[in-house]
Design a protein around this ligand. Structure first.
Ligand code: PHE
Length: 461
């Protein structure tokens, strides 16, 4: 058997996992979701979801990965008493492949916007009257262009590929150690710039002032779904990374730190976005691509245009931030599939990575073209891009998370769980009964509700 690599340090383990968690979800979805759904009140619900659902599941993925010392596709099978539970790992590997394919398309867009920022193109666009329309056309023309987004997709996949072939320690860990602190610095610089705009008070109020009257079951579901996606659960990323943790890594501490970093980055992204948005009259906060690719490039120019250098620097810093956040997530998804292929199909890491990159390029191309020439091609009423998003985020990810909690809570030998949480008796873990209770009852029920809500069944009632 081939010798498996390890992450060299505890901080490396934390940063790679946090890198996977911090992504587009933190920047383009969390802030708007929080602002529209009760601000600080939403944040409280979100933190409860992180503590009661996501951290237990993250611990489950961590301990399955580290105990098996194997890729996700094999890990569940190795630990399963009757081998039947191996299917969870297979769902995760397939899910990671599909997510990587469409996520890389958006990743490519971030690269394009970074280059546009670098060339200071937003500055001249914002000078015209009716600039909102210009920015909207800029985005729509780009994504529906037959080759530009494909080029960006290929470039992003190649960068990811390059990190992966450099290896677990020399590629993944090294890049996270470099990129995650950089991401933090960018966030702080951007926060300072944004808070200096005249919309600061209004923006902070929108993001943080608690309004409990907005909290209802729909909002709780939204918080749960968001926290789940944001922590990269159910896709094998955390399980695969944990298989490279050393025996001395404290997985409880690592899981809690990842939860804190992921939530903190999401809130900080809100502090960057809303003060700037609210300093431009007439704009209402949006989410997703229209927020980061249509509204924000305009907002940065208008809110900070008094000092053109500042508008330039902030806009560039923001798109670099997006590229970095996205890259650390695509790396984690790529590794899930590369590790699976190289360990189960007996091929070199290089060859496995090349296959993954090529496969994602093909699927990603279809997703990308579904914004343009293939826009009329619909499956179940959805474009290929939307279908990938729906099948992964609303079905596969939740299914894998559900079965992981059932597997860990009910099937896995408890002595394995205890062993991993205490590093073979070296550490104290006081919450064992609570963790098992959460994994047996709370997590599966919570995920099942999000699942039913996502496919529209709960809304019938
Ligand atoms: N957590 C990432 C985000 O917030 C998305 C992601 C999901 C990455 C699942 C890997 C696996 O954008």
């Amino acid at each position: 058997m081939k010798q498996r690599s390890n992450f060299g340090s505890k901080i490396g383990a934390i940063l790679v996992a946090a890198g996977s968690a911090v992504g587009l979800g933190n920047i383009w979805r969390f802030p708007t979701e929080a602002g529209n759904n009760g601000g600080g009140a939403f944040l409280i619900i979100y933190i409860i979801c992180v503590l009661a659902v996501c951290i237990p599941l993250l611990l489950a993925e961590f301990l399955i990965g580290r105990h098996s010392h194997a890729n996700t596709g094999s890990a569940y099978k190795i630990l399963s008493p009757n081998k039947h539970w191996g299917f969870i790992g297979k769902i995760e590997v397939c899910g990671a492949f599909l997510i990587l394919s469409y996520y890389s398309v958006v990743a490519g867009w971030t690269l394009f916007y970074m280059v546009q920022s670098l060339l200071n193109q937003f500055n001249s666009m914002a000078k015209h009257s009716g600039s909102e329309q210009i920015f909207s056309d800029n985005f729509n023309n780009f994504v529906s262009n037959p080759w530009q987004p494909l080029l960006c997709l290929a470039a992003f996949l190649l960068i990811t590929h390059f990190v992966i072939v450099k290896g677990v320690k020399g590629g993944i860990e090294k890049s996270a150690k470099l990129l995650m602190p950089f991401l933090f610095v960018l966030l702080v610089v951007l926060m300072v710039c944004s808070l200096s705009t005249q919309g600061a008070a209004k923006g902070l109020e929108f993001l943080l002032a608690p309004d409990f009257s907005k909290i209802n079951s729909k909002v709780v579901m939204a918080a749960m779904a968001q926290s789940f996606y944001s922590m990269s659960l159910g896709m094998g990323c955390m399980c695969t990374y944990a298989s490279y943790f050393s025996d001395r890594t404290d997985i409880t501490k690592t899981a809690l730190t990842v939860g804190v970093i992921d939530t903190l980055v999401a809130v900080m992204a809100g502090v960057v976005i809303f003060p700037a948005v609210f300093s431009v009259a007439g704009l209402s906060p949006d989410a997703g691509p229209s927020l980061v690719f249509i509204a924000l490039p305009n907002v940065f120019q208008m809110a900070l245009g008094g000092i053109p250098v500042l508008a330039y620097v902030c806009s560039l810093a923001f798109y670099i931030l997006l590229v970095v956040a996205t890259l650390t997530s695509t790396i984690s998804l790529h590794e899930v599939i590369t590790a699976f292929l190289s360990e189960t199909r007996n091929m070199s890491r290089k060859r496995a990575a090349a296959l993954v990159t090529a496969g994602c390029l093909v699927l990603g191309t279809l997703c990308s073209l579904s914004m343009g020439v293939l826009a009329d091609f619909k499956i179940a009423g959805m474009s290929i891009f939307d279908l990938f998003d729906y099948v992964t985020a609303k079905l596969m990810l939740l299914a894998a998370g559900f079965f992981t909690s059932i597997f860990t809570g009910w099937v896995l030998q408890q002595k394995i769980i205890k062993y991993e949480l205490t590093n073979g008796g070296m550490l104290k873990f006081r919450w064992f009964k609570l963790l098992i209770f959460l994994l047996r009852f709370v997590v599966p029920v919570a995920i099942a509700l999000v699942f039913l809500d996502g496919i529209g069944i709960l809304s019938i009632f």
